[in-house]
Design a protein around this ligand. Structure first.
Ligand code: 4HQ
Length: 256
């Protein structure tokens, strides 16, 4: 089934190339995904198409006015009354893989991108179903956040990734970081691909990859291990890793 995103923004041009390249571009061509931008300025009834104003009570910056946003949302919603309306803001629920998967079960999402000091509080009160943050940093607007959300969500739409791949198989789905990957040449300036990967021994390769995923996760993101579903075999591998660390094998790998 086709998933649809309507993006309400003052800068529709920002969305043209990033979403039309590569995997998402193919998904749009295949009809799995529809992305439409709506320029909030088109919904200003002001003679100068004003969409922002100074904050009541004073203070720096500008606030996005409620009326143009209200009309833009009502126009998008009239085409699909069941669509959920999401506002991208650092004050929202942090986006993660579980939230992206849940959003991918919706047929129609409306994403509101704020600029300046954000939107008049009555937009939230009257129209917004959910507030989402892509991380604890401040962007110049919600547009890049909306693109990140669309990218992460679209990977869960059946057929968007190659037929032999699904987002559910990703390592992050199992709450572990990815194992190291190599391709040719087997020896680059004396730095060699681990022997086991050249062995053709598939069970040994699987065990090595699982162990390296566990090693990376325990070194870089130990917080992820607590929520991971670890088997008895995983716990055995982790013990080996911790023993290796305690006798001085390998420190923190390079951060890439
Ligand atoms: N902004 N995650 C301020 C963000 C942001 C984030 C969007 C900047 C909203 C008004 N959005 N505008 N981080 O920094 O989603």
């Amino acid at each position: 089934m086709k998933m649809r995103f309507d993006i309400l923004t003052l800068f529709p041009g920002m969305f043209s190339s990033p979403l039309q390249e590569s995997i998402l571009g193919k998904a749009i061509e295949k009809g799995l995904l529809q992305i439409r931008t709506i320029n909030i300025r088109d919904y200003s009834q002001d003679k100068h198409q004003v969409v922002d104003d100074t904050p009541y009570g004073g203070g720096q910056g500008m606030v996005m006015k409620v009326e143009p946003i209200a009309r833009a949302i009502e126009s998008a919603k009239s085409q699909n009354p069941s669509a959920r309306i999401i506002y991208l803001t650092p004050q929202g629920k942090p986006l993660n893989q579980d939230l992206a998967r849940r959003l991918s079960t919706q047929l129609h999402l409306i994403l509101l991108c704020g600029r300046y000091e954000g939107v008049d509080e009555r937009v939230r009160e009257l129209f917004i179903d959910e507030e989402i943050s892509i991380g604890d940093y401040v962007l110049t607007g919600g547009e890049l956040a909306a693109m990140v959300l669309i990218d992460a969500v679209s990977r869960f739409i059946p057929g968007v990734l190659g037929s032999d791949r699904s987002a559910e198989e990703d390592s992050f789905f199992n709450s572990l970081l990815e194992y190291p990957q190599y391709t040719r040449p087997s020896d680059f300036r004396g730095s060699c691909v681990p022997e086991v990967l050249l062995s053709g021994n598939h069970s040994a390769i699987s065990e090595w990859r699982r162990k390296e995923a566990l090693r990376r996760t325990s070194l870089r993101r130990p917080d992820l291990l607590t929520k991971a579903n670890l088997s008895e075999e995983d716990r055995k591998l982790l013990k080996e890793i911790q023993h290796g660390n305690s006798i001085g094998h390998r420190g923190l790998p390079n951060t890439d």
